[in-house]
Design a protein. Structure first.
Length: 177
């Protein structure tokens, strides 16, 4: 039996992810069955279970991809000023609006915030070279990641009406006030 932890990109895996996203737009997450997903993806239930343990596993993989893309943007950005960091963060979530909305509807934001916290850890330690070994720094890091994440959540709930530029300025004003 194939290792379900192996996230090698296969056509079936992509079809299952796309099917899940499509179904979350049409139905409540809790009403989606494995049979619905397999049918929509045009794969057998056996193929589904070879690749995934649950529908949550699909959404977690999607969440992980969204965060990995954000990691890549940040790692490869030539200017990581506070403004550019905030702007790219909001721009990324705006571009991934449909995916993030699906994760939100599936009540999987706690997992998304866990992935996001890893991004903040990375920023503190690898980009800004800030030691997070003290309790004060650890809590400060969590304060920023939680605040930023909840701001994205509220921004989504309000229809993402503000531009990423406006959101970056709002966050920077809040931090520096």
């Amino acid at each position: 039996m194939a290792d379900k932890k192996n996230t090698r990109v296969s056509p079936a895996r992509i079809r299952i992810q796309n099917a899940m996203l499509s179904l979350t737009k049409q139905m409540k997450y809790e009403d989606i069955s494995i049979t619905d997903i397999a049918r929509e993806a045009n794969v057998s239930r056996m193929t589904y279970y070879r690749l995934y343990d649950s529908k949550e596993a699909i959404m977690l993989e999607i969440s992980s991809k969204v965060n990995e893309e954000l990691f890549a943007i940040i790692r490869n950005h030539p200017d990581l000023s506070d403004y550019n960091l905030c702007y790219n963060f909001f721009q990324h979530f705006l571009e991934k609006r449909e995916l993030v909305t699906c994760l939100y509807r599936a009540n999987l934001f706690p997992v998304v915030i866990e992935h996001f916290s890893k991004l903040v850890d990375y920023l503190y330690e690898e980009i800004y070279h800030i030691d997070t070994s003290t309790p004060e720094d650890k809590y400060r890091m969590q304060f920023y990641s939680g605040g930023l994440f909840l701001t994205v959540l509220r921004w989504m709930e309000n229809g993402m009406e503000e531009t990423p530029d406006e959101m970056a300025h709002i966050i920077l004003h809040a931090i520096h006030s």
